[in-house]
Design a protein around this ligand. Structure first.
Ligand code: GLA
Length: 734
C-alpha cells in the first residue's frame, strides 16, 4: 500500500470531533456507510448505519449523533438487552468493555474495520470486525471473543452484532413456514416488546423461520420505494434474532447464534468467532435491498455465483425409490431430448447389506445397490455420456439409519444422549451423525471424496439433511462440554465443506434439507443452490419463491416443473403455468417424462430452449417485485432486468381464479425510461399473438402504464383454464 493510501485510511479512521481527538471509524460501500466512534479507553459506539456519508460530513455526523454502545455487555447495566454475557473464571458475571485500538485496512474486495476491546479489569477481549464490500452494498459484521483468564470463561450470550434502528413507523418483513410451506412472507409493524425470530432445529434452520429480516423505515413496506435495512445472519445452525422495543427512540436489533442450551466454555487463548451478520441498506424499497443481497451473494457469497446453472431433471418425483439402470437411462434420454443439460439421480441407489428401498434403512452405506444398478455408477455415467448430458447424484452424508452397516460398525458416531435410547427420525430409524467428532468429519468428507475419486465425471451432488438434532448428547464431547453440541456440529459441518471445496472447487452442490431447510448464507459459500421446498405445486411456489427472493437470488433457487396432479397438494395446474413459475428460478424438471404426452414434451422443449435465451437475465439480473401474491389482488408479478438494462424478463401469474375478476394492470420497473424495448411473449400457447407482440415501447411507457395482460389464454375451448400466466421478454431495440 502506498503512503498516500495509508494516509487516507488514517484520516478516514481518525477525525477531529468536538475539539478533541476522538477516533471514529467509517467504512463504506458504494451507497452505504457505517460510522463508529471508537475513542481509546471508552465505549465503542455506533453512530450511523445507512446511506453513504460524504467524507466532509463525517465529522459533523460524529458530533451530532449520541450513538449507542456497539456491543452492549451484561453485568454493570443489567436491565437492557445485551449482545454478550459471560461468567468469568472466578464466577464474576460482569463485563466492562473498552476500546483498545481500531484500524481500517484495505483487503482486496473490501474495506475491513477492526475494533479491539478489552474488559477494564479482566484479560477478556472482544474484537468487532466490519467488512464493507467495494462492489456490493453489504457490510458484514462479526465478533471474535477470547481471554487469558486462569480457567475457562463461560459464554452465555455471544451475538454476532447489534444495530440500533431509529423508531418511527418501522415494519419488519421476515420469512416463516414449515415443511412444504417454506419461505412465507410475514410483515408487521414493530411494537413495544420483544420480537424474537429463532431456530432450534440443530440441522435445518430455514424451514420454519429464516435468519434474515428486512426493516422498512418509512412505514408499511413497499417494494420499490422507501428506506430499508436488510440483515442476514450467515449461519447454518440455531440462531436468534431479537428486536427489543422499550420506551426509547430506538429498536434494538441483536442477531447471532441461539445461545439456548449452548453455553460455551471458552478456554484461555481460544478464539470464539461468531458468524457474520450481513447488513444492507437501500432507499429503493424492499426490492432494492434484495438486489443488494443478490449482487453480494453472486459476487462474494454463493459458490460459483456468476456461473449460469444447468437445466436438469431430478428423478425424485418421477420414480421415488424405484431406481434402476433402464429407468435412469430412459430419464436421461428424455431430458436430453428436451434440451436439458444434467440428470440427477435422487434417493434409492445405495445400500448393500441393507438396500435402500424406502426411507427406513441404509443411510451411511454409500455403496451402489448392484441389484438395482448392475453396471454401477460407471454405467450411469456412460449413459449420460451417450445422451450428451452431465450426471449428478443424491447423498445425505450427515445421517445414518439404525438399519445400516455404518450404525452396526459405529453406534458411537451418532448424536445421542449418553445412557438413553435415541429418539429416532424419518422412517423410524434415522439418526444424525455427530459432526463434532473429527472421525465423523473424516467419514463425511470421505463420502464425497470416494465418489469423486472413483467417478470424477460426477458433475453435481444433491446434499440432503432430513433430521433435526434430537437426543442432545455427544460421545465425543467431554462431559463438561455437552452444551457445545449445536455449535460444534456446525463447526464440523463447515470444516467438511471447506475440505470438499478445497479438493473439488468445480463440483456443483445443492443444499437440500427436507426441502428448503437450508436456505441460509452460512452454507452458500460451499453450495451453488438450494432446494426451495419439497412442495412443487406451482401456485404455492409463487408464494414461497416470492418470499425466498427477498434474500436469495434466482440463480440459487432450484425450481422444478412437476406432474399434475401435484404430488403434495394434488392440485391440477396446466403445464404452461407450471413451466412459467419454474422459469422464474433456476429451472429444472422433477417429473417422469415417460408419462408426459408428446404435446407436453414439445412445450417443455420449447420452454427449455427459451429459458436458455433468458437464463443470464434471470440468474444474473436485478429483481423488481411488482405485485405481491400476499396482497391478494389476484395476480403476482415480478421482473428481472439485466445490469445494463438492455434486456428484461417480466412474469405475471394469476393467483386467484374467478370469472369476471378484475385484476390490476401491472406497471413495470427497473427499465431505462428513454430506451425502446421490443416485447416478445415466451412459452406462448395462445392461438393468436398478444396485441403487443413484437411492438416497441419506451421503458417510460412500460413503467408508467404497463401492458394490458389478458386474463385468459386464447386456446381451443377444451383447453380453456382458469390458470393464466405470461412471460414477456423485453429487448432493447438497437
Ligand atoms: C428429502 C428431499 C427430497 C428428496 C427426498 C429423498 O425429502 O427434500 O427432495 O430428495 O428427501 O428421500
Amino acid at each position: 500500500m502506498n503512503i498516500k493510501k495509508r494516509m487516507n485510511l488514517f484520516l478516514g479512521a481518525c477525525l477531529l470531533a468536538g475539539g478533541m481527538w476522538a477516533q471514529t471509524v467509517c467504512v463504506s460501500t458504494p451507497n452505504t456507510s457505517l460510522l463508529l466512534s471508537a475513542p481509546q479507553g471508552c465505549k465503542l459506539k455506533v453512530l450511523h448505519y445507512g446511506h453513504r456519508l460524504a467524507a466532509n460530513e463525517v465529522e459533523s455526523v460524529s458530533a451530532a449523533e449520541a450513538g449507542h454502545n456497539a456491543y452492549p455487555e451484561y453485568g454493570l447495566i443489567c436491565p437492557t438487552e445485551t449482545a454478550i454475557a459471560v461468567k468469568h473464571h472466578d464466577g464474576n458475571m460482569t463485563l466492562d468493555l473498552q476500546v483498545v485500538q481500531s484500524r481500517v485496512e484495505e483487503s482486496g474486495e473490501a474495506m475491513l474495520a477492526t475494533v479491539e476491546m478489552k474488559d477494564s479489569r479482566y484479560p477478556f477481549f472482544v474484537t468487532l470486525r466490519y467488512k464493507a464490500f467495494r462492489d456490493a452494498d453489504v457490510i458484514e459484521a462479526w465478533t471474535e471473543i477470547s481471554h487469558q483468564e486462569k480457567k475457562p470463561v463461560t459464554l452465555h450470550q455471544f451475538a454476532s452484532a447489534y444495530l440500533p434502528i431509529r423508531r418511527g413507523n418501522v415494519w419488519i418483513s421476515h420469512l416463516y413456514g414449515s415443511w412444504a410451506n417454506e419461505g412465507r412472507l410475514a410483515q408487521e409493524a414493530l411494537q413495544p416488546g420483544m420480537k424474537v425470530i429463532k431456530n432450534k432445529d440443530g440441522v435445518r434452520n430455514s424451514h420454519t423461520a429464516h435468519a434474515e429480516v428486512m426493516f422498512s423505515l418509512d412505514g408499511q413496506p413497499r417494494e420499490l420505494e422507501g428506506r430499508v435495512i436488510g440483515a442476514a445472519l450467515c449461519y447454518s445452525g440455531n440462531y436468534k434474532l431479537r428486536i427489543d422495543t422499550h420506551d426509547d427512540e430506538y429498536h434494538h436489533f441483536f442477531a447471532g447464534i441461539n445461545e439456548e442450551n449452548s453455553a460455551y466454555s471458552l478456554k484461555r487463548d481460544e478464539r470464539f468467532t461468531t458468524p457474520a451478520l450481513a447488513l444492507t441498506y437501500s432507499n429503493e424499497g424492499l426490492s432494492g435491498s434484495s438486489r443488494n443481497f443478490h449482487r453480494w451473494a453472486r459476487q462474494h457469497k454463493l459458490a460459483h455465483g456468476n456461473v449460469p446453472r444447468k437445466i436438469l431433471l431430478n428423478s425424485w418425483e418421477g420414480v421415488y425409490f424405484d431406481i434402476n439402470q433402464e429407468g435412469m437411462d430412459q430419464m436421461m434420454g428424455d431430458i436430453a431430448a428436451m434440451g436439458g443439460e444434467l440428470f440427477v439421480m435422487d434417493d434409492g441407489w445405495f445400500g448393500d447389506k441393507y438396500p435402500r428401498k424406502s426411507d427406513n434403512s441404509s443411510l451411511g452405506d454409500w455403496v451402489v445397490d448392484t441389484d438395482k444398478l448392475p453396471n454401477g455408477i460407471e454405467g450411469l455415467l456412460a449413459d449420460a455420456r451417450k445422451h450428451g448430458i452431465k450426471f449428478g447424484i443424491w447423498i445425505e452424508p450427515e445421517m445414518a439409519n439404525t438399519t445400516s452397516e455404518l450404525y452396526e460398525q459405529h453406534p458411537e458416531w451418532i448424536v445421542q444422549a449418553p445412557g438413553r435410547e435415541p429418539v429416532l427420525g424419518r422412517g423410524g430409524t434415522q439418526v444424525v451423525l455427530d459432526l463434532s467428532n473429527p472421525e465423523v468429519q473424516d467419514f463425511v468428507f470421505g463420502i464425497v471424496d470416494r465418489l469423486m475419486t472413483a467417478y470424477p465425471e460426477i458433475d453435481y451432488i444433491k446434499w440432503d439433511a432430513n433430521m433435526s438434532i434430537q437426543n442432545h448428547g455427544s460421545n465425543y464431547l467431554t462431559k463438561d462440554n455437552q452444551s457445545h453440541l449445536y455449535i460444534a456440529y456446525h463447526q464440523g459441518f463447515e470444516q467438511v465443506c471447506q475440505r470438499i471445496r478445497a479438493k473439488y472447487p468445480d463440483l456443483t452442490i445443492q443444499a437440500c434439507a427436507s426441502g428448503g431447510g437450508r436456505a441460509n448464507y452460512g452454507i452458500l459459500p460451499y453450495f451453488d443452490e438450494f432446494w426451495v421446498s419439497d412442495n412443487t405445486d406451482a401456485l404455492q411456489r409463487v408464494y414461497m419463491q416470492w418470499g425466498t427472493s427477498y434474500f436469495f437470488p434466482a440463480i440459487a433457487m432450484a425450481s422444478h416443473i412437476s406432474a399434475a396432479p401435484n404430488h403434495q397438494t394434488f392440485r391440477t395446474i396446466p403445464l404452461k403455468y407450471r413451466v412459467d413459475v419454474a422459469m422464474s428460478g433456476r429451472l429444472g424438471m422433477e417429473i417422469q417424462p415417460k408419462n408426459m404426452t408428446d404435446e407436453e414434451k414439445t412445450l417443455c422443449k420449447k420452454a427449455i430452449a427459451e429459458y436458455k435465451e433468458i437464463r443470464d437475465v434471470v440468474q444474473m439480473g436485478d429483481i423488481y417485485r411488482l405485485v405481491s401474491p400476499y396482497d391478494n389482488l389476484g395476480v403476482a408479478s415480478l421482473m428481472y432486468v439485466a445490469p445494463r438494462k438492455e434486456e428484461a424478463v417480466f412474469y405475471w401469474w394469476k393467483t386467484e381464479h374467478f370469472c369476471n375478476q378484475h385484476l390490476p394492470r401491472v406497471r413495470m420497473a427497473g427499465l431505462n425510461p428513454d430506451r425502446l424495448y421490443t416485447v416478445h411473449e415466451l412459452n406462448r400457447i395462445d392461438n393468436v399473438p398478444l396485441p403487443f407482440e413484437g411492438k416497441n415501447f419506451t421503458g417510460a411507457y412500460l413503467m408508467n402504464n404497463g401492458l394490458e395482460i389478458p386474463y385468459t389464454h386464447q386456446v381451443d375451448y377444451h383447453k380453456q383454464t382458469a390458470y393464466a400466466s405470461r412471460i414477456l421478454q423485453l429487448t432493447v431495440v438497437d
